[in-house]
Design a protein around this ligand. Sequence first.
Ligand SMILES: *[C@@H]1O[C@H](CO)[C@@H](O)[C@H](O)[C@H]1NC(C)=O
Ligand SMILES: *[C@@H]1O[C@H](CO)[C@@H](O)[C@H](O)[C@H]1NC(C)=O
Ligand SMILES: *[C@@H]1O[C@H](CO)[C@@H](O)[C@H](O)[C@H]1NC(C)=O
Length: 428
Amino acid sequence: MAKHQHQPQPKTNNSCSKFVFIVTFACLVGLACIINLASSFSLYNTYLSFTSNWVSHKPPFVVVPKAGEEPNISYKTGDGVLKRKKGHTSDSKRVLSATFADLPAPDLPWEQMPSAPVPRLDGSSIQIGNLFYVISGYGSLDYVHSHVDVFNFSDNTWCARIEAPKYMANSHLGVASDGRFIYVVSGQYGPQCRGPTSVTYVLDTQTREWLDFPPLPAPRQVTLIPILVKYMIFHDTALSTLGFSVKDGKALEKDWQPMIQIPRGGPHRACVVANDRLFVIGGQEGDFMAKPGSPIFKCSRRNEVVYEDVYMLEGEMKEWKVLPPMPKPNSHIECSWVIVNNSIIITGGTTEKHPVNNRMILVGEVFQFHLDSLTWSVIGKLPYRAKTTLAAFWDGYLYFTSGQRDRGPDNPQPMKVVGEMWRAKINV
Ligand SMILES: *[C@@H]1O[C@H](CO)[C@@H](O)[C@H](O)[C@H]1NC(C)=O
Ligand SMILES: *[C@@H]1O[C@H](CO)[C@@H](O)[C@H](O)[C@H]1NC(C)=O
Ligand SMILES: *[C@@H]1O[C@H](CO)[C@@H](O)[C@H](O)[C@H]1NC(C)=O
């Protein structure tokens, strides 16, 4: 029998009725961020062709000459050949990092399942047993969802819709679960790049009712929350971390408590609790922010650095350990992971921006981190590259839905926001 688990693992919760989450915030406090270029959304409707298979094994950009050689970088993308900008003659002498290129990866037998009722970007998700709770997110830059869609793995249907509280965040929500209650901490309230909220709610998945919970001390862009051992923890730019002991949907303490600082702040990381250890994987510093003075909080892109770093907290939670890095820098993976057979599996994400044209580059690989040997491998590729995918595991199948996919096999830039659901049998 395959041992499998997801964010809410009643199994890993052992006898402890208390549990802990950790919440991480964006570095740029106060400003939310969507990942997506406005232009990507405007192209949304014109994007028709659907590629169910990602055929190209060749990196879409040709890179890295030996030292001293003319790089002869190919600028070919799905848009055609990009012109080299004037005044960028130094490009030809730069040695480019290849981290934005696709890694070789085997095919997985993907099959398409019923799409979610709505496309969503930067939503969050929690799996509890055979039910998959897919929470809010952007429909487009100007429209955000305020409900939860529920997928039933037993009959592969989207079986319920739960309206969210009016003031709950709409995207970038920090989520954690103990197997019955889903805690939704902070996140961004409203469309475009509006600011974060401090409100926290708890969904009782048995009654499908929302309960109140003490808010954060200040509005923060929570980007990852994890999970459970004994407290709920979060941290922000300043690397400070707060925790909360909770039980049965209720706070056991009066307020958020200071916890150990995290080595690096920043949004869009995966934060995974497995075997009573907390793993913080990838993520970035810098993100989309509201354009100063914009009445609609129009998103504008900031400089971003994407990380491959992996940190672990265990035992008395007194010290972060540095673990082997991911095969490439990876961000936008908050809910893109599952735990299968004592390993963490991560689907998609974004990596370093393209070094020449600065475009955001999506990730199409499926990564596996072995919790016994603490090593990484690439076990497959998605049907397309995608970021902020929401992943689940049920009955031998790896599932993912939602997020923003690429422009096609030869162009890893973000394009369409999707609600598609896919699954593939895996053997890991
Ligand atoms: C770049 O192109 C020039 C001429 O087109 C060729 O001589 C050189 O070997 C090429 N360099 C590399 C690294 O491919
Ligand atoms: C999920 O599907 C199974 C099989 O059809 C059904 O027995 C179960 O009641 C469903 N659960 C929900 C919550 O709809
Ligand atoms: C997990 O490991 C068991 C034992 O090696 C194996 O039978 C099973 O197929 C694995 N499950 C998956 C999903 O790979």
